[in-house]
Design a protein around this ligand. Structure first.
Ligand SMILES: Nc1ncnc2c1ncn2[C@@H]1O[C@H](COP(=O)(O)OP(=O)(O)O)[C@@H](O)[C@H]1O
Ligand SMILES: [Mg+2]
Length: 314
């Protein structure tokens, strides 16, 4: 598959005029995003997500490095016809209606009637904005409705690639879930989505691959499966025999063994062979296995671990 975005050594340094300090917002970032995937770009506030997106869109210039977008150099004018951007903070002409705003953007792309009206209607339906709000001014829209209009605006030129900067932040749970599903559905229309977010549960649900950046640096990248691979299994065993040297034998296999009452042990391991060895040992000693509970790791756990580890090594 072709790369929709290919980033090589992208770097952005800001000079903080007050502190007379240099801030490295993005530090030598290299990354590939494949066509047709929803790619999660993850990082804490200030990690460098927005700065990266703005460089890719040609809105700000990199200090070093470069990137290609849909095979062309970033900032290329032809590419701008094929990409779309939903900024983190959207500012609309509040006095316009939702319909008129989309019509305005469609005109910017020189889409003629009747195609223009068809596109506006399709975009509004796609983002599930209630029809009664189409002809109302945006001033009265809720945050969720504004985000819907923002995504509709991004869809108006039928882009191949969308940059969405934290599209689900600050929404109520219902609007949040609906917008997440709308973003997820773009994949089935063959679009590529570069999704910046720190909503890790969303990302785990809808992204195929992710990158974790921290203080401008890429810490990890891979498929969600690769990142959250490895289950933790908790085994609870019981038996009087446990006292007769069993504990030491189990500890030799799994370091994490906790006594739970007089004759019950709880062990945790993320290694399936060790889990099997524990089960064999307990059965061989006529012990009783009370429960075997697998715990799936979450993207949130992986994210927190990755970022903490990095902070501790600095
Ligand atoms: N225009 C700017 N001038 C100076 N520093 C900036 C500017 N824009 C962003 N930064 C700094 O760059 C870093 C990355 O910011 P940003 O890309 O907005 O992060 P994110 O979108 O991940 O929250 C932060 O430390 C931020 O303070
Ligand atoms: Mg940001």
């Amino acid at each position: 598959m072709a790369a929709a975005i290919s980033i090589r050594g992208l770097t952005k340094k800001y000079v903080d005029v007050w502190q007379k300090q240099e801030v490295i917002a993005v530090n030598n970032l290299s990354l590939e995003v494949e066509e047709g995937e929803i790619f999660g770009f993850l990082g804490r506030n200030g990690a460098g997500k927005t700065t990266t997106i703005k460089m890719l869109l040609g809105l700000i210039f990199p200090t070093a490095g470069d990137a290609t977008i849909l095979g062309k150099p970033m900032g290329d004018n032809q590419v701008k016809q094929e990409i779309a951007y939903l900024p983190e903070e959207t500012y609309f002409y509040d006095s316009m209606t939702g319909w008129d705003l989309l019509d305005f953007y469609a005109r910017l792309f020189r889409i003629p009637e009747p195609e223009r009206s068809r596109r506006v209607r399709m975009a509004l339906e796609k983002v599930r904005l209630q029809p009664e709000a189409w002809k109302r001014s945006i001033r009265g829209y809720s945050k969720g409705m504004r985000q819907r209009i923002g995504i509709a605006q991004a869809l108006i030129n039928d882009p191949k690639l969308l940059f969405l900067d934290e599209p689900t932040s600050g929404l109520d749970p219902i609007a949040h879930a609906e917008l997440r599903d709308i973003v997820a559905s773009l994949k089935y229309e063959g679009k590529t989505v570069f999704l910046s977010s720190h909503q890790l549960a969303d990302v785990e649900m809808i992204c195929s691959r992710v990158a974790i950046i921290h203080k401008g640096k890429l810490l990890r990248t891979g498929t969600i499966k690769e990142l959250i691979s490895g289950e933790r299994t908790e085994i609870t065993v019981q038996g009087k025999e446990l006292q007769n040297g069993m504990l030491a034998k189990l500890q030799a296999i799994v370091p994490e063994v906790h006594m739970d009452g007089e004759d019950t042990l709880r062990l945790t391991s993320d290694d399936s062979e060790r889990v099997a060895a524990v089960i064999d040992l307990v059965r061989g000693a006529q012990g009783k296995i009370i429960s075997i509970v697998p715990h799936k790791r979450t993207l949130e756990e992986v994210f927190v671990e990755t970022v903490r580890k990095e902070d501790n090594t600095i």
